[in-house]
Design a protein around this ligand. Structure first.
Ligand SMILES: *Cc1c(COP(=O)(O)O)cnc(C)c1O
Length: 458
Protein backbone atom coordinates (compact mmCIF):
# COMPACT_ATOMS: atom_id res chain seq x y z
CA UNK A 1 0.00 0.00 0.00
CA UNK A 2 1.45 3.39 -0.96
CA UNK A 3 2.11 5.72 1.92
CA UNK A 4 0.16 8.96 1.85
CA UNK A 5 2.54 11.86 1.22
CA UNK A 6 2.78 13.73 4.47
CA UNK A 7 2.50 17.52 4.13
CA UNK A 8 4.88 19.96 5.81
CA UNK A 9 2.06 21.03 8.09
CA UNK A 10 -0.89 18.97 9.19
CA UNK A 11 -3.82 21.15 10.20
CA UNK A 12 -7.12 19.90 11.54
CA UNK A 13 -10.40 21.32 10.25
CA UNK A 14 -12.23 23.46 12.79
CA UNK A 15 -14.82 20.73 13.06
CA UNK A 16 -12.12 18.21 14.00
CA UNK A 17 -10.86 20.20 16.98
CA UNK A 18 -11.31 18.57 20.40
CA UNK A 19 -14.64 19.23 22.12
CA UNK A 20 -13.57 17.74 25.44
CA UNK A 21 -10.33 17.78 27.42
CA UNK A 22 -8.84 14.46 28.47
CA UNK A 23 -8.12 13.79 32.15
CA UNK A 24 -5.32 11.22 32.15
CA UNK A 25 -5.69 10.63 35.90
CA UNK A 26 -8.93 8.76 35.23
CA UNK A 27 -6.97 6.05 33.39
CA UNK A 28 -3.91 5.92 35.65
CA UNK A 29 -3.63 2.78 37.75
CA UNK A 30 -1.52 4.49 40.41
CA UNK A 31 -3.17 7.88 40.91
CA UNK A 32 -1.08 10.94 41.77
CA UNK A 33 -0.96 11.58 45.52
CA UNK A 34 -3.50 14.10 46.85
CA UNK A 35 -2.61 17.68 47.78
CA UNK A 36 -2.25 18.12 51.54
CA UNK A 37 -3.38 20.98 53.72
CA UNK A 38 -0.13 22.58 54.95
CA UNK A 39 -1.56 23.07 58.45
CA UNK A 40 -3.30 19.75 59.13
CA UNK A 41 -1.40 17.52 56.64
CA UNK A 42 -4.77 16.02 55.70
CA UNK A 43 -5.84 15.82 52.02
CA UNK A 44 -7.10 19.18 50.78
CA UNK A 45 -10.87 19.37 50.45
CA UNK A 46 -12.85 21.59 48.11
CA UNK A 47 -13.70 23.78 51.11
CA UNK A 48 -10.02 24.22 52.01
CA UNK A 49 -9.35 25.49 48.51
CA UNK A 50 -12.49 27.60 48.06
CA UNK A 51 -11.00 30.93 49.15
CA UNK A 52 -8.04 30.59 46.82
CA UNK A 53 -9.29 28.99 43.58
CA UNK A 54 -12.52 29.16 41.55
CA UNK A 55 -15.10 26.48 42.38
CA UNK A 56 -15.19 24.75 38.99
CA UNK A 57 -11.39 24.65 38.82
CA UNK A 58 -11.26 23.07 42.29
CA UNK A 59 -13.60 20.36 41.01
CA UNK A 60 -11.29 19.72 38.09
CA UNK A 61 -8.27 19.73 40.40
CA UNK A 62 -9.68 17.04 42.66
CA UNK A 63 -11.33 14.87 40.00
CA UNK A 64 -9.40 11.61 39.46
CA UNK A 65 -12.22 9.70 37.76
CA UNK A 66 -13.86 11.68 34.92
CA UNK A 67 -11.94 10.90 31.73
CA UNK A 68 -13.46 13.56 29.47
CA UNK A 69 -14.45 17.08 30.48
CA UNK A 70 -16.48 19.03 27.94
CA UNK A 71 -14.81 22.24 26.71
CA UNK A 72 -17.38 25.05 27.09
CA UNK A 73 -18.49 26.63 23.79
CA UNK A 74 -17.00 30.01 24.65
CA UNK A 75 -13.57 28.46 25.25
CA UNK A 76 -13.85 26.48 22.02
CA UNK A 77 -14.53 29.78 20.20
CA UNK A 78 -11.51 31.41 21.79
CA UNK A 79 -9.36 28.40 20.85
CA UNK A 80 -10.44 28.93 17.23
CA UNK A 81 -8.73 32.35 17.20
CA UNK A 82 -5.29 30.71 17.36
CA UNK A 83 -5.88 26.95 17.04
CA UNK A 84 -5.69 24.34 15.68
CA UNK A 85 -1.92 24.46 16.15
CA UNK A 86 -0.07 22.85 13.27
CA UNK A 87 1.75 19.54 13.56
CA UNK A 88 4.82 20.23 11.46
CA UNK A 89 6.90 17.60 9.72
CA UNK A 90 10.47 18.80 10.20
CA UNK A 91 11.59 17.81 6.71
CA UNK A 92 14.30 20.50 6.69
CA UNK A 93 15.73 19.41 10.02
CA UNK A 94 15.70 15.75 8.93
CA UNK A 95 17.58 16.73 5.77
CA UNK A 96 20.12 18.73 7.71
CA UNK A 97 20.71 15.86 10.16
CA UNK A 98 20.69 13.25 7.37
CA UNK A 99 18.64 11.00 9.62
CA UNK A 100 16.21 8.27 8.60
CA UNK A 101 14.05 9.32 11.58
CA UNK A 102 10.79 11.13 10.90
CA UNK A 103 10.58 14.22 13.07
CA UNK A 104 7.39 16.13 13.90
CA UNK A 105 6.74 19.05 16.21
CA UNK A 106 3.56 20.53 17.57
CA UNK A 107 3.94 24.31 17.42
CA UNK A 108 2.18 26.21 20.20
CA UNK A 109 3.82 29.61 19.67
CA UNK A 110 1.35 31.00 17.16
CA UNK A 111 -0.38 33.53 19.40
CA UNK A 112 0.63 36.89 20.87
CA UNK A 113 1.55 35.42 24.25
CA UNK A 114 3.97 33.22 22.34
CA UNK A 115 3.33 29.95 24.17
CA UNK A 116 0.94 27.15 25.06
CA UNK A 117 -0.02 28.93 28.31
CA UNK A 118 -3.00 30.59 26.64
CA UNK A 119 -4.74 27.17 26.48
CA UNK A 120 -5.17 27.16 30.24
CA UNK A 121 -5.36 30.93 30.78
CA UNK A 122 -8.63 31.17 28.83
CA UNK A 123 -10.11 28.21 30.70
CA UNK A 124 -9.21 29.60 34.11
CA UNK A 125 -10.46 33.09 33.26
CA UNK A 126 -13.69 31.60 31.87
CA UNK A 127 -14.55 29.73 35.08
CA UNK A 128 -13.74 32.80 37.18
CA UNK A 129 -16.12 34.83 35.04
CA UNK A 130 -18.80 32.12 35.24
CA UNK A 131 -18.60 32.28 39.00
CA UNK A 132 -19.34 36.00 38.85
CA UNK A 133 -15.91 37.02 40.12
CA UNK A 134 -14.45 40.43 39.47
CA UNK A 135 -10.88 39.46 38.81
CA UNK A 136 -7.92 37.14 39.24
CA UNK A 137 -4.40 37.51 40.56
CA UNK A 138 -1.28 35.65 39.56
CA UNK A 139 2.49 35.80 39.46
CA UNK A 140 4.75 35.77 36.47
CA UNK A 141 8.48 35.28 36.15
CA UNK A 142 9.65 35.51 32.58
CA UNK A 143 6.21 36.82 31.65
CA UNK A 144 4.61 34.22 29.34
CA UNK A 145 1.94 33.23 31.83
CA UNK A 146 1.12 36.82 32.79
CA UNK A 147 0.80 37.72 29.12
CA UNK A 148 -1.47 34.76 28.38
CA UNK A 149 -3.67 35.50 31.37
CA UNK A 150 -3.98 39.19 30.52
CA UNK A 151 -5.13 38.28 27.00
CA UNK A 152 -7.72 35.85 28.35
CA UNK A 153 -8.99 38.32 30.96
CA UNK A 154 -9.34 41.18 28.50
CA UNK A 155 -11.37 38.91 26.19
CA UNK A 156 -13.79 38.10 29.01
CA UNK A 157 -13.81 41.50 30.73
CA UNK A 158 -12.15 40.34 33.94
CA UNK A 159 -9.61 42.29 36.04
CA UNK A 160 -6.12 40.83 35.93
CA UNK A 161 -3.56 41.64 38.59
CA UNK A 162 -0.05 40.32 37.93
CA UNK A 163 2.84 40.26 40.39
CA UNK A 164 5.94 40.18 38.24
CA UNK A 165 9.28 39.20 39.73
CA UNK A 166 11.07 42.55 40.07
CA UNK A 167 14.21 41.63 38.09
CA UNK A 168 12.06 40.51 35.16
CA UNK A 169 9.88 43.61 35.49
CA UNK A 170 13.00 45.70 35.01
CA UNK A 171 14.78 43.47 32.47
CA UNK A 172 11.76 42.61 30.33
CA UNK A 173 9.90 45.90 29.88
CA UNK A 174 8.38 44.70 26.58
CA UNK A 175 6.63 41.75 28.21
CA UNK A 176 5.27 44.11 30.83
CA UNK A 177 3.91 46.45 28.16
CA UNK A 178 2.22 43.59 26.32
CA UNK A 179 0.38 42.76 29.55
CA UNK A 180 -0.63 46.40 30.03
CA UNK A 181 -1.81 46.57 26.44
CA UNK A 182 -4.32 43.87 27.38
CA UNK A 183 -5.38 45.89 30.43
CA UNK A 184 -3.60 43.98 33.20
CA UNK A 185 -2.13 45.81 36.16
CA UNK A 186 1.46 44.73 36.67
CA UNK A 187 3.25 45.20 40.00
CA UNK A 188 6.92 44.46 40.59
CA UNK A 189 7.28 41.90 43.38
CA UNK A 190 8.06 42.15 46.23
CA UNK A 191 5.77 45.16 46.64
CA UNK A 192 4.40 47.28 49.48
CA UNK A 193 0.84 46.20 48.55
CA UNK A 194 0.83 43.00 50.58
CA UNK A 195 1.84 42.00 54.06
CA UNK A 196 4.17 39.31 52.81
CA UNK A 197 5.73 41.76 50.32
CA UNK A 198 6.34 44.36 53.01
CA UNK A 199 7.89 41.74 55.25
CA UNK A 200 10.24 40.54 52.54
CA UNK A 201 11.24 44.12 51.62
CA UNK A 202 11.98 44.88 55.24
CA UNK A 203 14.19 41.80 55.57
CA UNK A 204 15.84 42.16 52.15
CA UNK A 205 15.73 45.78 50.97
CA UNK A 206 16.57 46.06 47.28
CA UNK A 207 15.88 42.38 46.51
CA UNK A 208 15.07 41.48 42.91
CA UNK A 209 12.34 39.13 44.09
CA UNK A 210 11.60 35.52 43.21
CA UNK A 211 8.76 33.49 41.77
CA UNK A 212 8.00 31.97 45.17
CA UNK A 213 7.66 35.42 46.68
CA UNK A 214 5.43 36.66 43.84
CA UNK A 215 3.16 33.63 44.33
CA UNK A 216 2.80 34.44 48.02
CA UNK A 217 1.85 38.03 47.17
CA UNK A 218 -0.68 37.00 44.52
CA UNK A 219 -2.32 34.47 46.86
CA UNK A 220 -2.54 37.02 49.68
CA UNK A 221 -4.08 39.63 47.38
CA UNK A 222 -6.66 37.15 46.06
CA UNK A 223 -7.71 35.85 49.45
CA UNK A 224 -7.97 39.34 50.94
CA UNK A 225 -9.83 41.02 48.06
CA UNK A 226 -13.57 40.51 47.66
CA UNK A 227 -14.45 38.86 44.34
CA UNK A 228 -10.92 37.76 43.46
CA UNK A 229 -9.29 34.37 43.13
CA UNK A 230 -5.77 33.20 42.42
CA UNK A 231 -4.78 31.33 39.25
CA UNK A 232 -1.62 29.40 38.39
CA UNK A 233 -0.16 28.63 34.97
CA UNK A 234 1.51 25.25 35.48
CA UNK A 235 2.05 22.32 37.87
CA UNK A 236 -1.61 21.85 38.86
CA UNK A 237 -3.81 19.00 37.58
CA UNK A 238 -6.37 21.46 36.16
CA UNK A 239 -3.67 23.09 34.01
CA UNK A 240 -2.58 19.73 32.63
CA UNK A 241 -6.22 18.96 31.88
CA UNK A 242 -6.61 22.14 29.79
CA UNK A 243 -3.29 21.50 28.06
CA UNK A 244 -4.51 18.08 26.91
CA UNK A 245 -5.87 20.00 23.91
CA UNK A 246 -2.26 19.88 22.62
CA UNK A 247 -2.09 16.09 22.77
CA UNK A 248 -5.62 15.53 21.48
CA UNK A 249 -4.97 17.68 18.41
CA UNK A 250 -1.62 15.97 17.86
CA UNK A 251 -3.22 12.54 18.03
CA UNK A 252 -6.04 13.53 15.65
CA UNK A 253 -3.53 14.98 13.16
CA UNK A 254 -1.40 11.82 13.30
CA UNK A 255 -4.40 9.56 12.85
CA UNK A 256 -5.31 11.39 9.64
CA UNK A 257 -2.10 10.08 8.10
CA UNK A 258 -1.72 6.80 9.99
CA UNK A 259 1.38 8.04 11.79
CA UNK A 260 2.38 6.15 14.95
CA UNK A 261 4.78 7.81 17.38
CA UNK A 262 7.82 5.88 18.71
CA UNK A 263 9.13 8.67 20.94
CA UNK A 264 7.34 11.76 22.31
CA UNK A 265 9.53 14.46 23.83
CA UNK A 266 8.74 17.64 25.73
CA UNK A 267 10.43 20.17 27.97
CA UNK A 268 9.37 20.11 31.60
CA UNK A 269 9.21 23.09 33.92
CA UNK A 270 6.11 22.46 36.00
CA UNK A 271 5.04 19.81 33.50
CA UNK A 272 1.94 21.29 31.90
CA UNK A 273 2.88 21.28 28.21
CA UNK A 274 4.51 17.87 28.40
CA UNK A 275 1.63 16.47 30.42
CA UNK A 276 -0.87 17.87 27.92
CA UNK A 277 1.05 16.62 24.89
CA UNK A 278 1.49 13.07 26.13
CA UNK A 279 -1.86 12.66 27.95
CA UNK A 280 -3.92 10.79 25.31
CA UNK A 281 -0.90 8.78 24.12
CA UNK A 282 -0.03 7.80 27.69
CA UNK A 283 -3.65 6.79 28.25
CA UNK A 284 -3.30 4.36 25.33
CA UNK A 285 0.04 3.10 26.61
CA UNK A 286 -1.48 2.38 30.02
CA UNK A 287 -4.29 0.43 28.32
CA UNK A 288 -1.75 -1.55 26.29
CA UNK A 289 -2.87 0.00 22.99
CA UNK A 290 0.34 1.87 22.17
CA UNK A 291 4.05 1.15 22.50
CA UNK A 292 5.82 4.48 22.78
CA UNK A 293 8.59 6.12 24.82
CA UNK A 294 7.98 9.43 26.58
CA UNK A 295 10.89 11.70 27.49
CA UNK A 296 10.79 14.73 29.80
CA UNK A 297 13.66 17.16 29.26
CA UNK A 298 14.85 19.47 32.01
CA UNK A 299 17.81 21.80 32.51
CA UNK A 300 20.89 20.38 34.24
CA UNK A 301 20.83 23.41 36.52
CA UNK A 302 17.30 22.63 37.78
CA UNK A 303 16.99 18.81 37.56
CA UNK A 304 13.79 18.03 39.51
CA UNK A 305 13.07 14.63 37.94
CA UNK A 306 16.58 13.37 37.30
CA UNK A 307 18.10 14.35 40.66
CA UNK A 308 15.18 15.36 42.87
CA UNK A 309 13.41 13.44 45.62
CA UNK A 310 9.88 12.06 45.32
CA UNK A 311 8.36 13.62 48.42
CA UNK A 312 5.72 15.99 49.73
CA UNK A 313 6.91 19.56 49.39
CA UNK A 314 5.63 23.12 49.26
CA UNK A 315 4.68 24.45 45.84
CA UNK A 316 5.95 27.94 46.70
CA UNK A 317 8.79 29.53 48.63
CA UNK A 318 6.39 31.33 50.95
CA UNK A 319 4.91 27.95 52.03
CA UNK A 320 1.31 29.18 51.79
CA UNK A 321 0.18 26.78 49.04
CA UNK A 322 -0.84 23.13 49.62
CA UNK A 323 1.78 20.41 49.85
CA UNK A 324 2.16 18.32 46.74
CA UNK A 325 3.87 14.95 46.39
CA UNK A 326 6.26 15.40 43.52
CA UNK A 327 9.83 15.13 42.34
CA UNK A 328 11.36 18.18 43.97
CA UNK A 329 14.66 19.90 44.66
CA UNK A 330 13.16 21.56 47.74
CA UNK A 331 11.01 24.69 47.71
CA UNK A 332 14.00 26.82 48.71
CA UNK A 333 16.08 25.67 45.72
CA UNK A 334 17.12 28.48 43.38
CA UNK A 335 18.81 27.69 40.07
CA UNK A 336 22.18 29.43 39.67
CA UNK A 337 22.16 33.05 38.51
CA UNK A 338 23.65 32.14 35.12
CA UNK A 339 20.60 30.02 34.30
CA UNK A 340 18.99 31.55 31.22
CA UNK A 341 16.91 28.79 29.76
CA UNK A 342 13.65 28.96 31.73
CA UNK A 343 12.17 25.85 33.39
CA UNK A 344 13.39 27.00 36.78
CA UNK A 345 10.64 25.54 38.95
CA UNK A 346 11.85 23.42 41.90
CA UNK A 347 9.11 20.78 41.63
CA UNK A 348 7.03 18.95 39.02
CA UNK A 349 3.39 18.14 38.30
CA UNK A 350 2.25 15.37 40.65
CA UNK A 351 0.81 13.43 37.70
CA UNK A 352 4.07 13.43 35.76
CA UNK A 353 5.94 12.62 38.97
CA UNK A 354 3.80 9.51 39.46
CA UNK A 355 4.23 8.42 35.81
CA UNK A 356 7.98 8.83 36.13
CA UNK A 357 8.06 6.92 39.40
CA UNK A 358 6.07 4.11 37.76
CA UNK A 359 8.62 3.90 34.93
CA UNK A 360 6.07 4.98 32.31
CA UNK A 361 8.06 8.09 31.41
CA UNK A 362 11.80 8.78 31.14
CA UNK A 363 13.66 11.98 31.94
CA UNK A 364 16.95 13.51 30.84
CA UNK A 365 18.67 16.75 31.77
CA UNK A 366 20.68 18.90 29.37
CA UNK A 367 23.20 21.77 29.78
CA UNK A 368 22.01 25.18 28.59
CA UNK A 369 24.78 25.86 26.06
CA UNK A 370 23.81 22.64 24.26
CA UNK A 371 20.18 23.82 24.38
CA UNK A 372 21.04 27.12 22.67
CA UNK A 373 23.16 25.30 20.07
CA UNK A 374 20.12 23.18 19.25
CA UNK A 375 17.87 26.28 19.24
CA UNK A 376 20.08 28.03 16.74
CA UNK A 377 20.47 24.99 14.50
CA UNK A 378 16.69 24.57 14.52
CA UNK A 379 15.99 28.25 13.77
CA UNK A 380 18.35 28.16 10.79
CA UNK A 381 16.63 25.25 9.07
CA UNK A 382 13.00 25.36 10.27
CA UNK A 383 12.67 29.15 10.43
CA UNK A 384 10.98 29.44 13.81
CA UNK A 385 12.95 31.21 16.55
CA UNK A 386 12.28 28.90 19.50
CA UNK A 387 11.85 29.80 23.17
CA UNK A 388 14.77 28.58 25.32
CA UNK A 389 12.32 26.34 27.22
CA UNK A 390 11.13 24.66 24.02
CA UNK A 391 14.71 24.24 22.87
CA UNK A 392 15.32 21.66 25.59
CA UNK A 393 12.97 19.38 23.68
CA UNK A 394 14.62 20.27 20.36
CA UNK A 395 18.00 19.26 21.79
CA UNK A 396 16.82 15.79 22.79
CA UNK A 397 14.80 15.29 19.58
CA UNK A 398 18.00 15.97 17.62
CA UNK A 399 19.95 13.57 19.86
CA UNK A 400 17.39 10.81 19.28
CA UNK A 401 17.34 11.49 15.52
CA UNK A 402 21.14 11.19 15.42
CA UNK A 403 20.92 7.85 17.24
CA UNK A 404 18.61 6.68 14.45
CA UNK A 405 21.22 7.74 11.93
CA UNK A 406 23.69 5.36 13.58
CA UNK A 407 21.30 2.43 13.78
CA UNK A 408 19.43 3.13 10.54
CA UNK A 409 16.09 3.00 12.35
CA UNK A 410 13.22 5.02 10.87
CA UNK A 411 11.69 6.04 14.15
CA UNK A 412 8.91 8.59 14.40
CA UNK A 413 9.86 11.31 16.86
CA UNK A 414 7.35 13.92 18.03
CA UNK A 415 8.23 16.88 20.21
CA UNK A 416 6.44 19.86 21.66
CA UNK A 417 7.60 23.26 20.41
CA UNK A 418 5.97 25.28 23.16
CA UNK A 419 6.77 28.80 22.07
CA UNK A 420 8.79 31.50 20.42
CA UNK A 421 11.83 33.26 21.88
CA UNK A 422 11.52 36.90 20.80
CA UNK A 423 11.57 38.11 24.40
CA UNK A 424 14.59 35.98 25.24
CA UNK A 425 17.12 37.70 23.01
CA UNK A 426 19.25 38.69 26.01
CA UNK A 427 19.89 34.99 26.54
CA UNK A 428 20.58 34.46 22.86
CA UNK A 429 22.97 37.42 23.02
CA UNK A 430 24.87 35.80 25.89
CA UNK A 431 25.11 32.61 23.88
CA UNK A 432 26.31 34.37 20.71
CA UNK A 433 28.89 36.36 22.66
CA UNK A 434 30.26 33.17 24.20
CA UNK A 435 29.30 34.37 27.66
CA UNK A 436 26.88 31.58 28.45
CA UNK A 437 28.14 28.98 30.88
CA UNK A 438 26.74 25.75 32.26
CA UNK A 439 26.10 25.13 35.88
CA UNK A 440 25.40 21.83 37.54
CA UNK A 441 24.41 21.94 41.22
CA UNK A 442 26.62 19.81 43.48
CA UNK A 443 25.25 16.90 45.51
CA UNK A 444 26.04 18.90 48.65
CA UNK A 445 23.87 21.80 47.43
CA UNK A 446 20.98 19.49 46.72
CA UNK A 447 21.37 17.66 50.04
CA UNK A 448 21.23 20.99 51.88
CA UNK A 449 17.99 21.79 50.11
CA UNK A 450 16.50 18.30 50.70
CA UNK A 451 17.23 18.68 54.41
CA UNK A 452 14.60 21.44 54.50
CA UNK A 453 11.81 19.31 53.01
CA UNK A 454 8.75 19.20 55.27
CA UNK A 455 8.53 16.02 57.35
CA UNK A 456 5.45 14.23 56.08
CA UNK A 457 4.89 10.51 56.75
CA UNK A 458 2.95 9.85 53.52
C1 LIG B 1 6.03 28.17 30.79
C2 LIG B 1 6.69 27.59 29.61
C3 LIG B 1 7.22 26.26 29.63
C4 LIG B 1 7.27 25.41 30.85
O1 LIG B 1 6.10 25.18 31.53
P1 LIG B 1 5.40 23.74 31.63
O2 LIG B 1 4.32 23.93 32.61
O3 LIG B 1 6.45 22.76 32.07
O4 LIG B 1 4.92 23.43 30.28
C5 LIG B 1 7.76 25.77 28.46
N1 LIG B 1 7.82 26.50 27.34
C6 LIG B 1 7.33 27.76 27.28
C7 LIG B 1 7.44 28.51 25.99
C8 LIG B 1 6.75 28.34 28.41
O5 LIG B 1 6.28 29.59 28.33
Amino acid sequence: MAEKKIPYKIYLEESEMPKAWYNLRADMINKPAPLLNPKTLEPMTAEDLAGVFCDELIKQELDDTTAYVEIPEEIQSFYKMYRPAPLVRAYCLEEKLQTPAKIYYKFEGNNTSGSHKLNSAIAQAYYAKQQGLKGVTTETGAGQWGTALSMACSYLGLDCKVYMVKVSYEQKPFRREVMRTYGASVTPSPSMETEVGRKILEAHPGTGGSLGCAISEAVEKATKTEGYRYVLGSVLNQVMLHQSVIGLETMAAMEKYDIKPDIIIGCAGGGSNLGGLIAPFMGKKIKGELDCRFIAVEPQSCPSLTRGKYAYDYCDTGMVCPLSKMYTLGSGFMPAANHAGGLRYHGMSSTLSQLYDDGLMEAVSVPQTAVFEAAEAFARVEGILPAPESSHAIKVAIDEALKCKETGEEKTIVFGLTGTGYFDMMSYEKFHDGKMTDYVPTDAELEASFAKLPKVEK
